[in-house]
Design a protein around this ligand. Structure first.
Ligand code: ADP
Length: 259
């Protein structure tokens, strides 16, 4: 089941640095939402705030609310581990675990929450996760081999499979195609299109053509200069943001005059 995420007056600090200021936006289920904007405007920070990964950084402080179908994920009674299971994340340039086989990589996240997962269930999850990421045909005969033997694009899809195996309702992808060749990029973009069918997908991308190709909604973030916090400038249907932006700052960015 896909879920709706609402950010309400979300601000994030790292120590004295205000990195993101007062962001409010609603992210619809069964859609892809792209976060774009110049480097340093807080896109990764926002992703990490959404699933409470930011708490693992000691200097980080979050203000405001993140609602998952109406429930504040920062609520007192909410277990952050459960939040991270519902809202999965694939980091920028993730790596498979080098000492593990392809199969064990897919199951690595699942085993953190379910150590005694049975063989049949594990087999089914490995197959469905690898099918979802278009990898099954490529690796089904070598599941026991080290993941490091895969190509860069395959390794990236394996990391997405590892995140999907936990069956998150929301998937956050930070620059899912960075440093990949055009063919691997196209494969992953196709995959993102299918992941949205029963999930909520949020991607951070520097590639504006990619945002235009894969997302329904685009949020443009920016700052007012070095040392000033990132803020949400414009959030709308992707077609509108790219063809008819409301703000000059958005237009300057998408036409390459900024950032
Ligand atoms: P983006 O993803 O848009 O490039 P980030 O979210 O990575 O932006 O960074 C936003 C701001 O927060 C930047 O000024 C960055 O230097 C700062 N920042 C990010 N991570 C940390 C951290 N772990 N500690 C301190 N400052 C950080």
């Amino acid at each position: 089941m896909a879920r709706r995420i609402e950010l309400r007056h979300l601000s994030v600090r790292y120590g004295d640095l205000l990195a993101v200021q007062d962001v409010s936006m609603t992210i619809e289920p069964r859609s892809v939402t792209a976060l774009i904007g110049p480097s340093g405007c807080g896109k990764s920070t926002m992703l990490r705030a959404m699933n409470r990964m930011l708490e693992l950084i000691p200097s980080a402080r979050v203000q405001g609310r993140v609602l998952l179908d109406g429930t504040n994920v920062y609520g007192r009674a909410v277990d952050p581990v459960r939040v991270r299971r519902s809202i999965g994340m694939v980091y920028q340039q993730p790596n498979p675990f080098p000492t593990m086989s392809i199969r064990d990589n897919v199951l690595a996240g699942v085993r953190l929450s379910d150590r005694r997962i049975g063989r049949d269930r594990a087999d089914a999850l490995v197959e469905s996760s690898l099918r979802s990421t278009n990898l099954w045909e490529e690796v089904s005969r070598r599941l026991g081999e080290p993941a490091t033997g895969l190509s860069g694009g395959q390794q990236r899809r394996l990391c997405i499979a590892r995140a999907i195996a936990v069956e998150p309702e929301v998937l956050l992808l930070d620059e899912p195609c960075s440093a990949l060749d055009p063919i691997s990029t196209a494969t992953i973009e196709g995959l993102i299109g299918r992941l949205r069918e029963d999930r909520t997908v949020v991607i951070v991308t520097h590639n504006m053509q990619q945002a235009a190709r894969v997302s329904e909604r685009t949020a443009f973030f920016s700052t007012d200069g070095p040392g000033t916090p990132g803020r949400l400038v414009e959030y709308d249907d992707t077609a509108t943001v790219f063809s008819n932006p409301r703000h000059q700052q958005t237009e300057d960015y998408i036409t390459g005059r900024l950032g």
